[in-house]
Design a protein around this ligand. Sequence first.
Ligand SMILES: Nc1ncnc2c1ncn2[C@@H]1O[C@H](COP(=O)(O)OP(=O)(O)OP(=O)(O)O)[C@@H](O)[C@H]1O
Length: 591
Amino acid sequence: MHPLKRLFAYASRYRRDFRLATAYSVLNKFFDILPEVLIGVAVDVVVKGEESFLAKQVLVGLGISDVWHQLLFLGFINVLIWGGESLFQYLYEVKWRQLAQDIQHDLRLDAYQHVQKLEMAYFENQRTGNLLSILNDDVNQMERFVNGGANQIIQVFCSSIMVSAVFFALQPSIALIALLPVPLILFGAFWFQNRLAPRYTEVREAAGDVSARLNNNLLGLATIKAFAAEGFEASHIDAASRHYRAANARAIRISAAITPVIRMAILSGFTATLIYGGWLTIHGELAVGAYSVLVFLTQRLLWPLTGLAEVADMYQRSMAAIERALNLLDTPINIPYEGQHFPAQGVKGELRFEQVGFSYDGRPTLADINLTIGAGQTVAFVGSTGSGKSTLVKLLLRFYAAQHGRILLDGQAIDSLNLQDLRRAIGYVAQDSFLTDGTVAENIAYGLDSVSDADIAAAAQAAEATEFISKLPLGFATRIGERGQKLSGGQRQRLALARAILKNPPILILDEATSAVDNETEAAIQRSLDVVSRGRTTIVIAHRLSTVRQADCIHVLENGRIVESGQHTSLLAQNGSYAALWRLQTGERSN
Ligand SMILES: Nc1ncnc2c1ncn2[C@@H]1O[C@H](COP(=O)(O)OP(=O)(O)OP(=O)(O)O)[C@@H](O)[C@H]1O
């Protein structure tokens, strides 16, 4: 479907406003053209006096014979016309701009809300900066189009029709000559448009590319600095920006030619009216007043068509932008949110993995996962890096959908449950949790509506975070910077844990980032784990085996498969992978 049609379908709730705005634009144009007609009538009055066109309008009740009165009457009509033109200009400007604001707001919000619901795999194949440029630049471009372009198109169209009507009424033979260039101009405008469309698509894509690179670099500034890679990265930005400049230059070469070409076509129409009309007037076949109207009107008819150049340019630019924004909105959500609702408090927390298998982009990552985690149990997953531990919990959170088997929560397949209810029942402390640019307290209370300071403090206490928070300049009211960058990695982890504890979920998942913790932190982790795992199902992905020694069951993963399961002592007794890992970490010999 054409982007404009798609935009209309999207903005169908504003159909009434579109109609009103269009009516205001048409009425404004109508009043805008009338002064030219008035000039003709005035010339006619001056030349013909009591024999004028105005004096002859007895039938409609006018028939003003006195020349002075005729002029006064024209003056009065003139004021009305200009008043009408101004009024409708005000009305159409307000209406179109308001429409532009309303639609850009809706589109931005809808697109963002849609993007939020897309599955993780979508984002892995997208560059954040590109999405940003769609949600920002492209939506703004659409706003600019509705703001001004729509009115311009309507008015060019209207003035062509209205002026042609006056022409044909006055002198059909001149009308034909004056209108001769119009098909040529329209054909030219379409020809240019077709050539502009792919160029503007390229411009929008290049803009997205620049934005993606900038975004990526600003996020990785610390690494860029550490590697003294400023020059290297600047050259990447330089290349992306050059590409954007070149794409724009290709579009400019075409779009800049439109006005001059159209002007030449207008020239032919205008010259013909001037010469042929003058000739007819001299020979008494055309009234002087009518001749002056025709000369002025040729200008009025043809000049707005030069505006077509600007409109065609903006139109193509906007269609490329609208296409990108609406495509984003139409991207299918592959992991649907809909499903059976249930309250988080009612969840017992029994989990079962049945024959679960999963691959990223066809690369097998998990296979034959069969396990049951009893309600309230604490279970650990250990194993070498890349063995699939994090992937396992991401399947439970339905960040990805398992290709084989199924996962059940309290006997219900999780893909039959409402996605948000499922996630509300799970507290997830990721390896690198997302912290916002707010205060410590705001970060702990993230996503919850009304939480008391006492509850926040208690959650911080359980997460062993109180000590470092009390040392911050403003305690719980300290702002922690974007992504929590004013805190250490360990401190960020503590805050993320406090946040999960405050949520009080029936299932808690802790994905430890590293085994590199000092003894003190290790003891703190153990203490908080004892506290937070009480009364809920707890899954710990551990790198440091000593932190999960007390777990009800430890599963060892290797290459996406569970190779050993059991409690710490029995696993040591098996003298397999777990025992080897334990020896490696503790330096002890288990036998
Ligand atoms: N989004 C992804 N797209 C493609 N491959 C991925 C993705 N995430 C992880 N992988 C791959 O899947 C495998 C398992 O990754 P996973 O994060 O589950 O391992 P892990 O056991 O948690 O590792 P670690 O102990 O280092 O955290 C790895 O080989 C990894 O490269």
